[in-house]
Design a binder for this molecule. Structure first.
Ligand code: NCD
Length: 315
């Protein structure tokens, strides 16, 4: 029987598993606030970061998370230009696997790669972003940020039931939007996708609209996505200026947000495109908190998948 577990997409979780990971993230966040934010939980385990696509925060975040749990880490950073699919990817995974890897953390520009890798190795596989498809740890850190910031600001853990979240931008090409929408749906939140019609997915994942101004006052969370230059070049939107005029969080729109509204962005931010207001001036902006929480969320995932097995050997 295959007893390995993976986090390849939100589909690997149900509501109970998601809530358990959020609780575990809370515990890991507490570890992160200690003077010595390191625990021996994954001593003797090896986490291999396989990044076939550029990344700053996700790669550093996974690396830090593994180290805070005392796991050993291996990192292979491959520029997307040198990626060869098929056999060579398989060879890479098998070679690294032969060195004794407990979990592969994978980012790849092709959708589905983490599922393929899980067929080729004995290790657990964690998806750190595959194509336009899934980015489950981003969703987890975002959910945790929403939950903990609302509890801190509103003084109660109101939960996700009925929470209104507007995800704004290029939903169609966004693995962040896909994972986040699925995860919020599991917890009972109400998601609306806001952006140009040409950037909505062919199969709707949520209600969608191109009228940001008509939605703004109904939202509890404003989640901005990065507007990728490639999309502008591909003529999916008339121009960057037009996008900014209709969909950016500008000072006027920011002024219309209720005091309790959280403003989020997965990073990297395109200032002047999807956001023209300095987020540090917005009381609801939690963009850097998201980054901080990313470490705790990834510690939770690593511990959930790799912990609980005897790792001690007598000296
Ligand atoms: C996102 C990604 O790479 O999927 N960034 C991230 O992981 N924080 C979003 C993006 O690149 O726009």
């Amino acid at each position: 029987m295959d007893t390995r577990r993976h986090l390849r997409g939100i589909g690997d979780l149900d509501r109970a598993a998601l809530e358990r990971l959020l609780d575990l993230t809370d515990h890991m966040a507490e570890v992160g606030r200690r003077a010595n934010p390191k625990v021996p939980a994954l001593r003797g385990r090896t986490v291999c970061n396989l990044f076939f696509e550029d990344s700053t925060r996700t790669r550093m975040s996974f690396d830090t998370a593994a180290k805070r749990l005392s796991a050993d880490t291996m990192t292979l950073a491959v520029g997307s230009s040198s990626v060869n699919k098929g056999e060579s990817l398989r060879d890479t995974v098998e070679t690294l696997g032969a060195m004794g890897v407990d979990a592969f953390v994978v980012r790849h520009r092709s959708s589905g790669v983490p599922w393929r890798i899980a067929e080729w190795t004995e290790s657990s596989v964690i998806n750190a972003g595959d194509g336009w498809h899934q980015h489950p740890t981003q969703a987890l850190l975002d959910l945790y940020t929403i939950r903990s910031e609302r509890a801190r600001r509103l003084g109660e853990d109101a939960g996700f039931e009925g929470l209104r979240v507007g995800v704004i931008g290029d939903i169609r090409h966004s693995r962040v939007a896909r994972s986040l929408t699925e995860a919020l749906g599991l917890l009972g939140a109400v998601v609306v996708h806001i952006g140009p019609r040409t950037l909505m997915p062919p199969t709707p994942l949520a209600r969608s609209t191109d009228d940001l101004d008509g939605e703004l006052e109904d939202l509890d969370v404003v989640y901005l996505l990065r507007m990728q230059n490639e999309r502008m070049d591909a003529a999916l939107i008339p121009s960057g200026e037009e996008y900014t005029r209709r969909f950016a969080l500008d000072p006027q729109r920011a002024g219309r947000l209720g005091e309790h509204v959280l403003v989020m962005h997965p990073g990297p931010m395109n200032r002047g495109v999807e956001i023209t207001v300095d987020p540090t001036t917005l009381p609801g902006a939690v963009v850097t908190t998201q980054v901080t929480n990313g470490i705790a969320a990834r510690m939770a995932v690593l511990f959930d998948l790799l912990g609980g097995v005897e790792t001690e050997v007598s000296a």
